[in-house]
Design a protein around this ligand. Structure first.
Ligand code: 13P
Length: 285
């Protein structure tokens, strides 16, 4: 089907009470594995790359991989810059052809977060490319962002942030964290409901690896339209490689362990798509 924007997908999800799974990919195999899972479940999907992933191989290589996979897929696919760390990187992703952009100014003071976010939203709007931003601080470590001092999203601030920046979706901090959890995360569901009742644009949940499925479902019922998964995909991919090489220590063909790693990622992504409820929703976009 097509290479689309995340805005189209999330609007349909928001209207119909499910969420789009957004999956961090690091290489061609992960791109293929995620798209395969989306096809098998007839689901729309977002593939996303962080700044350190972009540093590893460059925006054009991920763009080319995802665009080619999207064009031969029977489901809508979007390519998103996750945690865009500067105005310049966001503009590079826009020029490269990414169909969705996040600018993450959450480590800045509130006014500075508004300023950089508005600048990116203003620059992306003429091309119709949606912009996600974060308010509050999701804890844990994602990429070069290491947040030991998480802060929940304040609903009053959220209303002002959305109005002043012109973003199309908002990542909220309600107790999730990037990476592996030490205990079970405690999510502030009431806060999520309050933000949802006061902000009309779609809401995004970061740090979903390790969050129990039922808690993710509850967040979706309370108004989350995009759920980000990264760490669990990296673990699945690496486990596939390790499993194959442990069983076949003399193997040297990357296609052999790549195929097993892809199977692991596809199986995991299918589970997450079912949790998000986006299976069978490809035609709603
Ligand atoms: P996890 O690594 O916890 O799945 O977080 C993913 C994420 O939020 C990417 O932005």
């Amino acid at each position: 089907m097509a290479f689309v924007t995340s805005e189209q997908m999330m609007a349909a999800a928001d209207r119909n009470g499910y969420a789009i799974g957004a999956f961090n990919v690091e290489n061609m195999e992960m791109v293929m594995a995620v798209v395969r899972a989306a096809e098998e479940l007839h689901a729309p999907a977002i593939l996303q790359t962080t700044p350190s992933t972009v540093k590893y191989a460059g925006l054009p290589l991920y763009y080319a991989n995802v665009k080619a996979a999207a064009e031969r897929a029977g489901v809508p696919i979007a390519l998103h810059l996750d945690h865009g760390s500067s105005f310049e990187l966001a503009m590079q992703a826009l020029r490269t052809g990414y169909t969705s952009i996040m600018i993450d100014g959450s480590k800045e003071q509130f006014e500075d977060n508004i300023a950089v976010t508005k600048r990116v939203a203003d620059a992306c709007r003429p091309s119709g490319i949606p912009v996600e931003a974060e308010l509050g601080k999701v804890g844990g470590k994602e990429d070069d962002l290491d947040c030991n001092d998480p802060g929940y999203t304040d609903p009053d601030d959220a209303v002002r942030f959305v109005a002043e920046t012109g973003i199309t979706s908002l990542a909220v901090a309600i107790g999730t964290a990037h990476g592996i959890y030490k205990g079970e995360p405690k999510l502030d569901m009431e806060r999520l409901s309050e933000i949802r009742s006061r902000v009309s644009i779609p809401l995004v949940l970061h740090g979903a690896s390790g969050v129990p499925d039922e808690a993710v479902r509850e967040c979706i019922r309370r108004g989350i339209s995009k759920v980000n998964f990264a760490t669990e995909l990296r673990i699945a991919y690496s486990n596939g490689v390790k499993e194959f090489l442990q069983a076949n220590p003399s193997a040297f063909d990357p296609k052999k362990y790549g195929a097993v790693a892809m199977e692991h990622v596809t199986a995991l992504v299918k589970e997450k798509i079912l949790v998000c409820g986006s299976d069978g929703k490809a035609d709603m976009v």
